[in-house]
Ligand binder design. Sequence first.
Ligand code: GLY
Length: 256
Amino acid sequence: MNLSTTHALVRLPSRSLAACELVHLPRQEIDFARATSQHRSYVAALASAGVTVTTLPKIPNLPDAVFLEDVVLILDEVAILCRPGAASRLAEVELIKPKIIGLRPTLEIRAPGTLEGGDVLRVGHTLFVGRSTRTNREGIQQLRQCVAPFGYAVKEVPVTGCLHLKTGVTSPTEGVLLANPGWIDVTDFGRYEILRVPAAEPWGANTLPLNGRVLVAASAPRTADLLTARSLDVHRVDISELQKAEAGLTCLSVIY
Ligand code: GLY
């Protein structure tokens, strides 16, 4: 079940984005002016879906700080400060902390655990958590302990071939998962209807459902058509420059 989303935090990109972490993509030149303009359009898309957006300042020396989702998970009852598996991203956590502690009781993932929010797919009271190059077993176990008192089940899912779990699977609408089975073993999601991304659009699975609307990357037109054919209210958002930094629609915001 995709609950209603009232708020989002985003962080402006900085020019250091050119030095971002890359795991599965070759480095390409990023047009920073275009990336900034696409980020603005992304924020507008969140707002037009009825979300109140708080925009945080850029952090010049932290290239990946624009990918805010990876450093904090906000549930209705509790927030969990993550501990990124990329060492270059650890400093992002302390910078978001003051914004979070006023919003929710706040818990933290501690060493040797690692957890990035891009690996956490919430479907109702189930958190599917990718075990990836960024999230380890210890981090998943700590998350399980953090959320168990609030009735959330944590299910570990192996991630291969892509950066985060949500690079390869999201839930565009209730009861349905959209996945790239080349990256994510869909047998792990037993009771959900699985839609497969068109073969030509391996990155198309990263959608962002918001209040009855679903944002789809403009680079995945066939995926958008597939969801439109299911009568979903699809809104296409061009994040092509940010995708060069291995970004998805979900990782550009923390929604709650
Ligand atoms: N460039 C996105 C990440 O690696 O975290």
